[in-house]
Design a protein around this ligand. Structure first.
Ligand code: FE2
Length: 193
């Protein structure tokens, strides 16, 4: 029997076709997460150099690798070494995160203030989930897209991230849970997720 592998290229083709049809959000997530679930079943679909932390630079225990960027579609690989984490932040676009190996602890937050101030927010913790290999987590703009991530395990966690916008140059927000301060950030190169 010949096993047909679902490649990264095939996934990108499928996603580009889907995005080009400009589906409703529910349809986008429905079809898109089915493609992503298929891709993350096979860790070998991602070249080995994208499955390990960078090992150098300001965050040696982290890896962020852009895999594809085109109009309306951005695909990346993100690796969280043991203990690697990021605080609450938003995305300003729809997103899907598929865990390919190990697991990530993801905490979602709800913004509960009146949004009158752009430098201050009150966040309430909504839920914490251990997202396991094979699972897909959805980021829904405005509704449910503020999260923090932490690898509490002993091995690197590998993820495929899919977004509707290129994250480089996109102005986004990170949130300080203690002070309520909102900090805007904008990456000049791809080093976040
Ligand atoms: Fe994120």
């Amino acid at each position: 029997m010949v096993l047909t592998r679902y490649s990264l290229d095939q996934f990108v083709d499928d996603m580009q076709g889907l995005v080009a049809r400009q589906p409703e959000q529910a349809q986008l997530f429905d079809r898109g997460s089915a493609y992503l679930e298929r891709l993350i079943q096979d860790p070998e679909a991602l070249p080995e150099q994208f499955r390990r932390p960078a090992g150098v630079g300001p965050r040696p225990n982290h890896g962020s690798y852009a895999l594809h960027r085109s109009d309306g579609l951005f695909v990346s690989a993100v690796v969280w070494g043991p203990g690697d984490r990021v605080g609450p932040h938003d995305h300003q676009t729809w997103g899907m995160i598929g865990v390919m190996g190990n697991a990530i602890q993801e905490t979602r937050f709800r913004r509960v203030d009146d949004r009158e101030r752009d430098d201050h927010a009150i966040l309430e913790q909504d839920r914490t989930t251990l997202v396991q290999a094979g699972d897909v987590s959805l980021l829904i703009p405005e509704v449910d897209e503020i999260h923090s991530m932490e690898n509490r395990g002993a091995a690197p966690t590998v993820e495929i991230h899919v977004y509707g916008k290129d994250l480089v140059g996109l102005t986004r927000s990170s949130y300080n849970l203690e002070t309520g301060q909102i900090k805007r950030f904008r990456s000049e190169k791809f080093d976040n997720c």
